[in-house]
Design a binder for this molecule. Structure first.
Ligand SMILES: Nc1nc2c(ncn2[C@@H]2O[C@H](COP(=O)(O)OP(=O)(O)OP(=O)(O)O)[C@@H](O)[C@H]2O)c(=O)[nH]1
Ligand SMILES: [Mg+2]
Ligand SMILES: [Zn+2]
Length: 391
């Protein structure tokens, strides 16, 4: 079938059709030998006719890598730079990869078809002739040396488990895939604590199947007594909290233990000390951190892309750029109460079976807030998330 053009019907981009749930690109894509056609056809049969007619037909131009009998190589995405993904193969070889066009087309509602942490299959691109794979941007920086890395074309993404996802311009932005736990890094000062952001992270962790850990950094700048109510509130919800200082080393050993043998993503506002903590956890890492002269320059992110880092003690972590907000992806208003486990005993006592706990009379959740059985701060986070979900 080499050189033959394929016709594949795919969904329109954006919200012209209701985006499918889930991240299983492999299911949509099938294997690389034309399974996409059959799978797409199967997908069509289960759709309403109205949906079908709103699809467009994509013609894959004869792709040079396609039809090559060369073996596919499995690896993990270490980082994504624009259109190029850096992938470490199981044998340790690092490839600089473009993403096959069809795969991008199938990932209709995603910002990136490939995310840091993804397990992918790539086809090595022969180095002869010095040809760049399609879509590979030039190397950053005019005088950057040419990368000696071999090149490849990502043809398939394995199904994901454990994702940190958010909404970005009405599309799903998978920040990291295939992690077990989320370390939510916060600081009480520099920058000031945003408690509602914690609750959004906790919701995102539940949505993505991640175990959350709260890390209160810059303990050297804060009064431990002032921290107690916050730590206490989250411990009551069953969320482990660690008090750390990347500067003095307090709590770093405990955090290191929590990471051992697991896959973890670090996330939080810019400047809370995510990269500094990872440098303290893993000697010799030397991630860039905000220098003293930059500390007052608001809005500057020191870390600019999600990067996978292997730990000497086993396991791996992903350092991510700071976020300002975390808009949840694909959340229905009715789902939001499920992110607030402490509401659970009260929900069945609400006067209306479909109570949204916002404006209704006889609402047992609001009553519990009034009686301080549920934290007013958490309830306000709930209102903020449900407002976003209803938009
Ligand atoms: N006093 C004190 N300063 C810290 C601590 N941890 C980090 N810092 C400082 O906080 C600033 C920001 O640290 P970074 O590690 O760059 O923060 P980040 O969270 O990685 O920020 P982004 O990469 O922009 O998301 C730096 O100047 C660090 O030296 C800490 O525990 N105590
Ligand atoms: Mg950083
Ligand atoms: Zn209610």
């Amino acid at each position: 079938m080499s050189g033959k053009k394929k016709k594949v019907r795919v969904d329109f981009k954006k919200n012209r059709a209701k985006p499918p749930r889930g991240n299983d690109l492999t299911r949509a894509f099938g294997d690389d030998t034309g399974g996409a056609v059959e799978d797409a056809a199967t997908g069509e049969r289960v759709r309403a006719k109205g949906d079908l007619s709103r699809r467009r037909t994509v013609v894959e131009p004869g792709d040079p890598a396609e039809g090559d009998a060369g073996p596919l190589v499995r690896g993990r995405v270490l980082r994504v730079h624009g259109l190029a993904s850096v992938v470490e193969a199981d044998d340790g070889t690092v490839y600089r990869c473009a993403v096959r066009r069809l795969l991008k087309t199938l990932a209709t509602d995603e910002r990136n078809a490939v995310a840091t942490g993804d397990v992918v299959w790539l086809r090595p691109v022969p180095a002869s002739g010095g040809r760049q794979p399609p879509d590979t941007p030039p190397h950053q920086g005019a005088d950057a040396p040419r990368s000696p890395d071999p090149e490849g074309l990502i043809t398939r993404v394995e199904p994901r488990h454990g994702v940190l996802t958010r909404e970005s311009r009405r599309r799903e932005h998978v920040l990291v895939a295939n992690v077990d736990q989320l370390v939510i890094v916060i600081s009480l000062v520099e920058p000031d604590l945003k408690p509602h952001l914690i609750d959004r992270y906790l919701a995102a962790a539940q949505q993505g199947g991640l175990n959350p850990i709260l890390c209160l950094n810059k303990a050297d700048l804060a009064d431990p007594v002032a921290l107690q109510p916050l730590v206490g509130a989250y411990s009551q919800l069953g969320i482990p909290a660690v008090l750390t200082s990347a500067r003095t080393g307090v709590g770093v050993g405990r955090l290191r233990e929590l990471l051992r043998g697991r896959a973890t993503v670090f996330s939080g506002q810019s400047g809370v000390g995510k990269s500094s903590l990872l440098n303290a956890i893993e000697p010799g890492l030397a991630l860039a951190v905000k220098s003293v002269s930059e500390v007052n320059q608001k809005g500057r992110h020191t870390t600019t892309y999600a990067q996978l880092i292997k730990l000497a003690s086993g396991g791996w972590v992903v350092d991510t750029p700071g976020v300002r907000q975390l808009a949840l992806w694909d959340t229905q208003p009715g789902e939001v109460e499920g992110f607030f486990g402490e509401f659970r005993p009260f929900v069945p006592l609400c006067g209306f079976p479909d109570c949204t706990h916002t404006h209704e009379g006889g609402c047992a959740v609001k009553d519990a807030v009034a009686r301080r059985r549920v934290s007013a701060r958490r309830y306000h986070s709930y209102l903020g998330i449900i407002r976003g979900a209803a938009e």
